[in-house]
Design a binder for this molecule. Structure first.
Ligand SMILES: Nc1nc2c(ncn2[C@@H]2O[C@H](COP(=O)(O)OP(=O)(O)OP(=O)(O)O)[C@@H](O)[C@H]2O)c(=O)[nH]1
Ligand SMILES: [Mg+2]
Length: 200
């Protein structure tokens, strides 16, 4: 008998969660406008991610600040959703959650039952991260920082990021490239380790 799974079987395996999985966790991927949330979930998700992208028009130019953002033609109008099986027993459900003020209502639902948040940060727009930190802390969520690597952005050492964002000493800070699957996975693992430390 042929023991190699057919391509249809392989596709099915990635659609359905393995029966060995016993734990599931809801994780938020958060950050300000155009920080790379949709890209991050897209690079990591083992299922086709759910996206709610809409074309940006001139009308949004005064709402979402496009300074320093190049080549972006769409924006998320609700949420991103993806899934990543992290180990034989653990599956993560990733919810990309926008940080802009107009999405506050969404946070009520997103934060409910979430184990923690990965906060993406653009080093060229550090100050835009403060309102998102306020939201995360307001909802009592544990979080880790992933500084996203944009080509023309300044490169800050971990200590500089900590100081600029006034982070607690045990809040993890990692650098990542949201377009790269391995790099994104490392950032997520840093968050999961932190969450395990806090709950054990
Ligand atoms: N150089 C570089 N570009 C990135 C990276 N992550 C995202 N981008 C680009 O940055 C732009 C914004 O990325 P998105 O993933 O749409 O960001 P977002 O946070 O989902 O944006 P909104 O939903 O509109 O708030 C896109 O053009 C991406 O291709 C990264 O790590 N490095
Ligand atoms: Mg998006």
């Amino acid at each position: 008998m042929d023991s190699n799974p057919s391509s249809a079987e392989t596709a099915q395996q990635s659609i359905y969660v393995s029966s060995a999985v016993t734990n599931a966790a809801k994780i938020l991927v958060v950050g300000h406008f155009a920080v790379g949330k949709t890209t991050f979930i897209g690079s990591l998700s083992e299922i086709t991610p759910l996206r709610t992208e809409e074309k940006m028009t001139q009308a949004s130019a005064h709402v979402d600040d496009l300074r320093g953002v190049t080549g972006k033609t769409t924006t998320t109008v609700a949420l991103d959703f993806g899934r990543l099986t992290l180990s034989d027993e653990l599956v993560l459900y990733l919810f990309g959650t926008p940080g802009q003020q107009r999405f506050m209502q969404l946070w009520e639902d997103m934060a409910r039952g979430a184990l923690g948040a990965l906060l993406l940060v653009d080093p060229a727009r550090l100050e835009e991260t403060f309102p998102v930190i306020d939201l995360i802390e307001g909802y009592g969520l544990e979080y880790a920082i992933a500084v996203n690597r944009f080509d023309s952005a300044p490169v800050y050492e971990e200590a500089e990021v900590r100081e600029a964002l006034d982070l607690l000493p045990d809040t993890p800070v990692v650098h990542c490239d949201a377009r790269d699957q391995q790099s994104s996975a490392k950032a997520l693992i840093a968050l999961v380790r932190h969450l395990l430390d806090r709950t054990s």
